[in-house]
Design a binder for this molecule. Structure first.
Ligand code: MN
Length: 244
């Protein structure tokens, strides 16, 4: 009951107030939407700072029942054997390393994992796949994947593979999702299947074949589920699988 879901965080300084000295200090950030989505389906969220040390990672794993990999900045390409293109955005090597390691160890333990946006990308990288650093310069004919519409709004369609776990959760083969990325999964990690693609073939979902619940989605269901209940099951399933 109420499994503990570890939630990864990003380092940053969120818009300090002009007279707030503390606000200028670096801090760990997690958007409330991730926390609310876990709580709404009876999970207990626990924010994990990205400390890339085996001792901390093992300790966290002894406490959590499931893992939510949140969105954020780009992933440094050295971690998957590539050099940075000029279009690469801001990266946080500590976060990359921490998530890379905790994913590997979580998968060894068959811990339920939901990776969202950057989370899906680092999941793929940790399992041995790689990324496009910037789809607009690396893939021809891409549609708009960084929307100016509100975060709850779906702006491009995806086609979901029949027979996938994602299809079981969402129930439909064609849905509109939001989109806030310029990186994307390129080579899918060994042992993973593509579960969804956009019309331009950009990968929007992956899942691990051999494990109970290791799912990555390129969109942000945590900002959509309240208006689009079709996405509730992603969080409900993460929490339910983490109970077992
Ligand atoms: Mn997209």
């Amino acid at each position: 009951m109420c499994p503990i879901i570890g939630v990864t965080a990003s380092m940053g300084v969120p818009h300090p107030m002009p007279d707030d000295n503390w606000g200028k200090d670096p801090r760990w950030n997690v958007n409330c939407t991730y926390i609310e989505a876990i709580q709404a389906f009876n999970g207990s969220p626990l924010i994990l700072p990205s400390i890339p040390k085996k001792k901390e990672i093992l300790k966290y794993l002894s406490v959590i029942d499931g893992l939510l990999l949140t969105g954020g900045g780009d992933i440094g390409p050295l971690i998957y054997g590539d050099n940075p293109r000029k279009e690469l955005g801001s990266v946080d090597p500590d976060r990359d390393e921490f998530e890379y390691e905790i994913i590997k160890l979580a998968m060894e333990r068959d811990l339920p994992i939901l990776g969202i946006c950057r989370g899906a990308q680092i999941l793929n990288v940790s399992a041995g796949g790689d990324l496009y650093q910037n789809i607009y310069s690396e893939v021809e004919g891409v549609i708009k994947h960084y929307q100016n519409a509100p975060r709850w709004a779906g702006t491009h369609n995806i086609e979901i593979e029949s027979g996938s776990q994602l299809k079981d959760m969402i129930g439909e083969e064609n849905v509109a999702v939001n989109s806030f990325h310029h990186q994307a999964i390129k080579e899918v990690a060994p042992g993973f299947n593509v579960s969804a693609r956009a019309q331009d073939q950009i990968i929007e979902g992956i899942e691990c074949q051999g494990l109970s619940f290791v799912i990555g989605v390129q969109w942000h269901p945590e900002t959509m589920w309240k208006k689009h209940p079709i996405f509730k099951n992603l969080f409900k399933s993460l929490v339910m699988m983490s109970e077992e």
